[in-house]
Design a protein around this ligand. Structure first.
Ligand code: FAD
Length: 394
């Protein structure tokens, strides 16, 4: 036997939110078992630390139904896991471990301290107290399903049960670069097509190309993806040098990507004043100047100055501003990966692979994606919870 062969009952690959939750729950549920979690980076939770601009938008206080609706057509898979672990249980989990959360706009939940590090600390403390063995700087490169051995370049890990929590392939510098999908495909699981989502939108519109709108940030803009399947979203928007960013643009990227598969560009329409009726706007402008309009409706003067040269009336410019989107930025910039391990191969209650009872998959490695406003992390924690609790159960 190889000297470097380490023995585990349960091996977890990936120290992101889903892997850490899975390892902790596995150890709590099966305390006598040896649980090892391996992470290729020198620290766990690299992506978690970047989340919410370092503040970690850890969850969202909405119903299970709303989480299911937001999961881009694959939400049904979440019914069972959300019954086990949902935003309410998540709040309780972090608060009972000394990390109180606060709610912000759009029901987004953050640690009261505004520090992602505090979320990671809770998870690390839990792993430590429960007695999970954590090994960092270990990249699993190969799986031998028959022998139940996971190989890194230096060490081999024997396992009775394997939980794969290797994330997606967006933001590859964080360690989730798609290698996990190769491992899972190598044992016989189907991985669906992968594409970048929660990613900024690229436009060739003259106002974008001339960069006159660059840097303008707006609260609660309504964005409609026009075309066959209409999508209407409302959230904050940022004009950039290449197109549109901010939560509403990121959220639209899934629908835009779908449309871009069949057409070269996708028309979208922006309403900068979704709460203001067009008649009210037109009436206001009869009696007031553009400066007064800017003050009244909290619109940047620069936006109004640029739009005043655009065709149409102010209703067209402010409530039906149209542009074509020609692309969505790639995996290096995208926050999330769409596609992953095909959900029909996974038991939605336990996260076990139906064909391989010794294997579970959780988190973004699954063909699941949603919005970054706390939705993706909730899915990662929730599926990680189910994977850990059920991994050894018959
Ligand atoms: C910049 C950014 C900001 C975000 N902000 C938010 C937010 O505020 N709210 C929200 O809900 N979502 C947010 N997201 C999305 C969210 O962070 C992810 O969906 C979530 O982290 C997925 O968790 P995971 O555990 O499945 O995967 P990951 O967090 O990607 O963790 C997977 C881990 O596995 C490790 N790994 C991969 N392959 C191997 C291997 N072969 N061997 C060993 N280790 C391996 C990786 O190094 C990584 O640490 C954000 C994403 C990004 C990129």
């Amino acid at each position: 036997m190889n000297d470097n062969l380490k023995k585990s009952d349960i091996l977890v690959i990936g120290g992101g939110p889903s892997g850490m939750m899975a390892a902790y729950q596995a150890k709590l549920t099966f305390p006598e078992k040896r649980v090892i979690i391996v992470e290729r980076n020198s620290e766990v939770g690299t992506k978690l630390m970047l989340s919410g601009n370092g503040r970690c938008n850890v969850s969202v206080r909405v119903s299970n139904e709303a989480l299911i609706q937001a999961a881009n057509g694959h939400g049904k898979f979440l019914y069972s896991t959300l019954q086990q672990f949902n935003p309410e249980t998540l709040i309780h989990f972090f608060e009972s471990h000394g990390c109180p959360l606060k709610e912000e706009d759009h029901h987004r939940l953050f640690p009261q301290s505004d520090r992602a590090a505090d979320i990671r600390k809770v998870l690390l403390d839990c792993l430590d107290e429960a007695g999970v063995l954590l090994e960092t700087g270990v990249c699993i490169e190969h799986l031998d399903a028959e022998q139940r051995i996971a190989y890194s370049s230096k060490t081999a890990y024997h396992f009775n049960h394997l939980i794969v929590a290797t994330g997606g392939r967006s933001f590859p510098q964080t360690g989730s670069d798609g290698l996990g999908y190769q491992l899972l495909a190598s044992v016989g699981l189907t991985v669906t097509e992968l594409w970048p989502v929660e990613s900024p939108l690229v436009s060739q519109h003259p106002l974008i190309q001339s960069k006159v709108l660059q840097g303008i940030a707006l609260k609660d803009v309504e964005l409609r993806v026009l075309g066959q399947k209409k999508t209407v979203l409302k959230h904050d928007l940022l004009f950039t040098h290449f197109g549109l960013s901010g939560p509403v643009a990121l959220q639209a990227s899934f629908s835009v990507q779908q449309a871009l598969r069949i057409q070269k560009s996708v028309p979208i329409q922006l309403d900068f004043l979704p709460e203001v009726a067009e008649e009210e706007l037109q009436y206001y402008l009869i009696h007031h100047t553009l400066d007064q309009l800017a003050k009244m409706y909290r619109l940047p003067k620069r936006l109004l100055a640029v739009l005043s040269a655009e065709p149409g009336n102010w209703g067209d410019r402010l409530k039906r501003f149209r542009m074509e989107v020609s692309d969505v930025r790639g995996f290096n910039t995208a926050f999330v990966t769409a596609g992953g391990v095909a959900l029909n191969q996974i038991d939605p209650k336990t996260m076990k692979a139906k064909q391989f009872p010794w294997l579970s998959v959780c988190g973004e490695a699954l063909d699941l994606n949603s919005w970054t406003g706390g939705y993706n992390l909730t899915m990662a924690f929730s599926s990680g919870y189910s994977a850990g609790v059920h991994c050894l159960a018959e």
